[in-house]
Design a protein. Structure first.
Length: 178
């Protein structure tokens, strides 16, 4: 199992645990796209996973990736509010809906979708730490970049440990044109 696949599995299992324990106070369901009203950039390792997932699709299905909705919505969202790349969706999308601990200024805060956790507080072990998730994803991305650079004679910038970001809309447009 790849490092990204392992992290993806862990985030999916975390989401399932939160939903099992707090399902009555979570409104996440197929077709809800309130969390998807954003333009995304993703790591290169996530982009590679999406490329691999889409590679086996028929041409007509790939072309549908070029059809995007409003500019303030995720490019992977279809007109019914469903994700066109759901099985290969980025980690940020997999964590939407669960309570997330993040920094606001110098203080940690916990937030979740405005539809969720309106009646109860989440259990402490049902709060995802955004800094830990991001650091882990960036480490996986850096390892992937180093592995790619090791296999190439000259890969400009590939030895950099800085996070490589890919515009999701541009990626999907490129995949639609293949």
């Amino acid at each position: 199992m790849s490092r990204l696949a392992e992290l993806t599995w862990k985030v999916d299992a975390f989401f399932a645990r939160v939903a099992d324990r707090h399902g009555g106070d979570m409104q996440c369901a197929t077709g809800c796209s309130d969390c998807c009203h954003v333009r995304l950039t993703i790591t290169e390792v996530e982009a590679a996973a999406i490329r691999a997932h889409v590679a086996g699709w028929p041409a007509a299905q790939r072309r549908a990736l070029a059809i995007t909705g409003p500019a303030d919505h995720c490019a992977a969202l279809d007109s019914a509010g469903k994700c066109k790349i759901y099985h290969a969706r980025p980690l940020v999308c997999r964590s939407h809906g669960v309570p997330i601990r993040l920094q606001r200024g110098s203080l940690p805060v916990v937030q979740s979708c405005f539809r969720n956790f309106v009646r109860t507080e989440p259990d402490p072990d049902c709060v995802l730490d955004q800094a830990t998730l991001s650091a882990t994803l960036y480490a996986i991305d850096a390892i992937d970049a180093a592995d790619a650079a090791e296999g190439a004679e000259s890969a400009p910038g590939a030895s950099s440990a800085q996070a490589r970001r890919v515009d999701l809309a541009g990626l999907l447009a490129d995949l639609a044109a293949i």
